[in-house]
Design a protein around this ligand. Structure first.
Ligand code: ADP
Ligand code: MG
Length: 351
């Protein structure tokens, strides 16, 4: 095409989010039932009494997973969980999934069975029906693309753009563990290549390795919020790292945020492994990615209901945009947060 010959823009110049915005600009929605299109964790479709939620995520070999250390059962489970997580992020309940796979000829029926064992387990766990998909050959290794459908009562929908100034910022679970799990597995892979007789010593890293290989979508938190009669004013799932998701939430809500370093939820084993690797554990929590926890805001009136919750952590508060997006360090210094995320078009890392 002549246009391509005269001008060539590298995808890395735009980055992943820039590229999505670039695509988004070229489309207008035409149906009034398209309530939310590109730009949130899931699309929202007006289905009459309720909203239908629709989201899709693709995992590709060599970018998102390395089969040298990824059991296929876990991979199948994870591929479903990352989609369920996006339905959760809208405060929705998942109902159905479709699963499409691209297979290289390295794969056997037994390998496909192992993958689907994990998918089946996730379907049971998250109570979703597998209702279709597609199967194709692939020259680029294993590709898994899953689409999830969910629903939410109209008054319970949580978008990225609904946070209000002074709302309380919460995070479920703990952060940074999956990133440290990846560091451990990559180290073991190198050790094994150099010395195949060595058996990997992973027992003490069980938790962090599991967080990477077999993450959970936090549907338990969604159900608990319903029980507590809390509707988050905004919500996003943490797939690319807390800092990156904070930026999405602040940008879409047109607000700033202060979060406290001492309140970042980090597991003991993440701390100890980060120390071993000489990595700052706060950096893992802020920029690690693949945690699949929920970042959400609630009205101050709801604070009492969650303040003693074992697995919901208050990390900060929303503020006017001109006050910025800051990390308040243990020494009470306000440091502007940089969103790094996982820029996989630049570095080959996954998101
Ligand atoms: P998440 O990390 O929650 O899965 P993404 O960052 O992948 O979200 O995507 C952000 C938004 O951009 C979503 O609404 C998603 O549907 C949309 N999106 C991503 N890639 C494309 C694409 N190639 N074409 C159209 N929309 C896209
Ligand atoms: Mg998401």
């Amino acid at each position: 095409m002549p246009e391509e010959q005269s001008k060539r823009t590298e995808i890395s110049q735009l980055g992943e989010f820039g590229l999505i915005k670039h695509i988004q600009k070229q489309f207008k929605t035409i149906h009034s039932s398209t309530t939310v299109g590109i730009g949130d964790d899931a699309a929202v479709i007006d289905a009459g009494e309720k909203y239908m939620l629709l989201t899709t995520d693709m995992l590709t070999e060599g970018i998102h997973f390395d089969l040298a250390y990824t059991p296929l059962q876990h991979l199948g489970y994870k591929a479903v969980a990352v989609n369920i997580s996006d339905i959760a992020a809208m405060n929705g309940i998942p109902k159905q999934i479709t699963v499409s796979i691209g297979l290289s000829n390295r794969f056997s029926v037994e390998a496909v069975d192992a993958l689907y064992e994990g998918i089946r387990f996730a379907c049971e766990n998250f109570k979703v029906d597998l209702i279709g998909g597609d199967t194709t050959a692939s020259q680029a290794g294993l590709v898994i693309s899953i689409t999830a459908v969910g629903e939410v009562e109209k008054n319970l929908l949580a978008r990225r753009n609904g946070a209000k100034s002074k709302d309380i910022v919460c995070v479920s679970g703990d952060l940074g563990a999956a990133y440290m799990g990846l560091q451990v597995l990559e180290r073991e892979k190198i050790t094994f290549k150099e010395n195949p007789q060595m058996q990997p010593q992973l027992q003490s890293y069980d938790y962090i390795v599991r967080r990477l290989l077999r993450p959970e979508a936090r549907m338990d938190i969604i159900h608990e919020l319903r029980d507590l009669q809390i509707v988050p004013t905004s919500m996003i799932d943490i797939s690319d790292g807390l800092a990156s998701e904070i930026f999405h939430l602040c940008e879409q809500s047109a607000l700033g945020m202060n979060i406290y370093e001492e309140n970042l939820p980090i597991d003991e084993s993440t701390y100890s492994t980060a120390a071993e690797f000489k990595i700052d554990p706060n950096t893992c929590a802020l920029n690690g990615g693949e945690d699949y926890e929920l970042l959400f805001t609630i009205a101050q009136d709801d604070f009492e209901k969650i303040k003693n919750h074992r697995d919901i952590h208050v990390i900060g508060y929303m503020q006017e945009a001109d006050k910025g997006i800051n990390l308040i360090t243990r020494s009470q210094q306000a440091v502007p947060i940089q969103a790094q995320g996982w820029v996989h078009f630049n570095t080959g890392d996954a998101s």
